[in-house]
Design a binder for this molecule. Sequence first.
Ligand SMILES: [Zn+2]
Length: 158
Amino acid sequence: MENLTKTPFIPIDVSNALRIDRPKHGGDVSIAVFRLLRLVVLEDLFGPAAAAQAYLAGKKLGARLGLHDIEQFVALCQQLKIGDVSIETHDDLFKVDVHECVTCAGMSPVGRPICSFEGGLVAGAIGSIYGLKVQAREITCIGGLGDRTCGFEVRVQR
Ligand SMILES: [Zn+2]
């Protein structure tokens, strides 16, 4: 126990976390693991504040991905199976739709949007790509509200 308290805390970086050596299971994991952590355990720990925590987590991650353009972000979402992402740009507003959202597609609606992690991810990615301060708001949600897509309005903060 004494040794544990003396161990310096070294944050785990993205590239290390993505190093995978699983000859038998490979890089895929059941979506159940992600959803149970993201939806059930996080809300168990933080209650209604889980949405803000998940948004911040997504935003930090989105900003750390080292993305250079929006096409790269769309491709990454496809590659990581977060969902199929389409983005429209209108002046100070980005409209982002996620089809087959990893967090919620297929759920019975719960009466509130629940994809704050994806909202944060989108905001972090767009903010870092364009060097803007932005905020995302979830307008539609497949599993939360019964919509066709999880839709986000990402506004530039002036
Ligand atoms: Zn969703």
